[in-house]
Design a binder for this molecule. Structure first.
Ligand code: AHR
Length: 495
């Protein structure tokens, strides 16, 4: 197969947004406990944070981290997680049928963020709670001092305000599984009033209204319209959440999952803009794609929730293989391609729970296959996102009809140009010709590929480097050409 694309610095989409490389830490399974936090672990620091996980988080190139949920947040009382640890209550977590010990709360999380060099992004509970508790949390977290709540934070050891800029107004409120699930109107009103009051404390906050939990929700489209009719002037973002898995052995459709993500994004942009037009507003609402990943959700649904309310049980511990990483890379390409309107995103999640980083309690930590596309894109995407308009053969998929074999995006800065490309073919290499004349005399300085003859091979604690990017020697200089192996994620750097 042959494909072509053109790199031209004039074809700018938008700046690369650092917030595209956000992730998510939820009080779910072993994400917090034995994930980021494990006081008895050999690498634990003075705060009980695992240094091995901190190192991998930095290597992953994470920008923001959303916290504390997820479905968890819709039953969460933030005050349970502050003050002396020994006195913190243990609570039932209805979302994951677990016991929450509250050993980690907002102060510990922000401390962890500072160590990891990431920006915290906080969600407020609009399920079992509402406006008053959201205001209390905001005052506790961000007000410098001189009020009971801000002085309490200072007394709890955080002298400086946490200065959390991004706030999610609830989580997946369109989902019947959500504690305190609401109709779009009910949620829209509550989100609007919460946003209005939060802005009375700080008008500069960046606020995210809940959009749809997937593009297949029965309320998809009307949900966004009704929520934005209530909140348009008060929020900056509408959220999107999407998870994909291979179903019924249909690898071709799975590798094309980003087709759904493209549809999702363009539909939400159109819906938001149509609300804006009806309101005669020039303001644009952007997308916070604050949960996205490959997730074998049917395995979780088949297993069911734990019945005995365990503490930090192993939940949603998907082990990713090569095809997952390539599909994942395709999703990342789609997020980057839409950087004009997708200006924030959070990979769900960071550690152990559908995560790029895995740990053993008390033991090793390793990189899953999906770690690599994320880390490479975060490291090398710089400057502006370029439209590349690939000319590619197509293939037929059951789920999405005809889909191009090549999925690609490029970024360009003074330091160079990087092309991120996926070959979705399950059996045939793709010879990609790159027209880079507009860049003037560039050459390939590095070409790497993530691929394997066994598309279902993955990494483990015993074999952590089984799937890792390797140099791609199949390159030609004139014309510029790279051979992309079947089922592969590729990074090609030009300078
Ligand atoms: O990321 C796992 C779960 O997926 C989150 O808690 C929820 O928001 C979504 O349904």
């Amino acid at each position: 197969h042959q494909a072509r694309l053109t790199l031209d610095p004039a074809f700018k989409v938008a700046p690369v947004r650092r917030r595209t490389f956000g992730t998510f830490v939820e009080h779910l399974g072993r994400c917090v406990y034995t994930g980021i936090h494990e006081p008895g672990h050999p690498t634990a620091d003075e705060d009980g944070f695992r240094r091995d996980v901190l190192d991998l988080t930095r290597e992953l190139g994470v920008s923001t981290v959303r916290y504390p949920g997820g479905n968890f947040v819709s039953g969460y009382r933030w005050e349970d997680g502050i003050g002396p640890v020994a006195q913190r209550p243990r609570r039932l977590d209805l979302a994951w049928h677990s016991t929450e010990t509250n050993e980690v709360g907002v102060d510990e999380f922000v401390r962890w963020c500072r160590k990891a060099g990431v920006e915290p992004m906080m969600a407020v509970n609009l399920g079992t709670r509402g406006l008053a508790e959201a205001l209390d949390l905001l005052e506790y977290a961000n007000h410098p001092s001189g009020t009971t709540l801000s002085d309490l934070r200072v007394a709890n050891g955080a002298k400086e305000p946490h200065d959390i800029r991004m706030w999610c107004l609830g989580n997946e409120m369109d989902g019947p599984w959500q504690t305190g699930h609401k109709t779009a109107r009910e949620y829209g009103r509550l989100a609007a009033e919460t946003a209005r009051a939060m802005r009375m404390i700080d008008p500069e906050l960046e606020l995210v209204a809940c959009g749809s939990s997937s593009s297949s929700m029965p309320t998809f489209g009307t949900w966004e319209a009704e929520v934005l009719e209530e909140t348009y002037d008060l929020v900056d973002y509408i959220s999107c959440h999407a998870y994909y898995q291979e179903r019924d052995g249909d690898l071709g459709s799975f590798l094309a999952s980003s087709a759904d993500m493209e549809y999702f994004i363009s539909s939400v942009v159109a819906t938001a803009d149509s609300v804006g037009a009806r309101l005669k507003s020039r303001k644009k609402i952007n997308i916070s794609f604050d949960e996205w990943n490959v997730w074998y959700i049917s395995r979780f649904q088949d297993a069911g929730a734990p019945q005995d309310w365990p503490v930090a049980p192993p939940l949603l511990e998907d082990h990713y293989h090569l095809a997952d990483a390539v599909t994942f890379g395709g999703l990342l390409i789609t997020l980057l391609r839409n950087s004009d309107r997708v200006t924030a995103a959070s990979l769900a999640q960071l550690v152990n729970v559908i995560a790029p980083i895995m740990t053993e309690p008390g033991g090793r930590a390793w990189r899953q296959t999906t770690f690599h596309p994320f880390a490479q894109a975060s490291r090398h995407a710089a400057g502006d996102v370029l439209r590349v308009e690939p000319d590619s053969p197509v293939y037929e998929t059951k789920a999405y009809g005809e889909v191009p074999l090549l999925h690609a995006v490029a970024t360009h800065s003074a330091e160079g140009t990087t092309l991120f490309a996926v070959n979705r073919s399950v059996d045939t290499p793709l010879s990609l010709e790159i027209d880079a004349r507009a860049l003037g005399g560039v050459r390939i300085v590095e070409a790497s590929t993530l691929t394997d003859p066994d598309v279902y091979a993955g990494n483990s604690a015993d074999e952590p480097g089984r799937i890792t990017p390797r140099a791609n020697g199949d390159v030609e200089a004139d014309p510029l050409r790279v051979l992309l192996p079947p089922v592969s994620w590729n990074v090609i750097r030009l300078a």
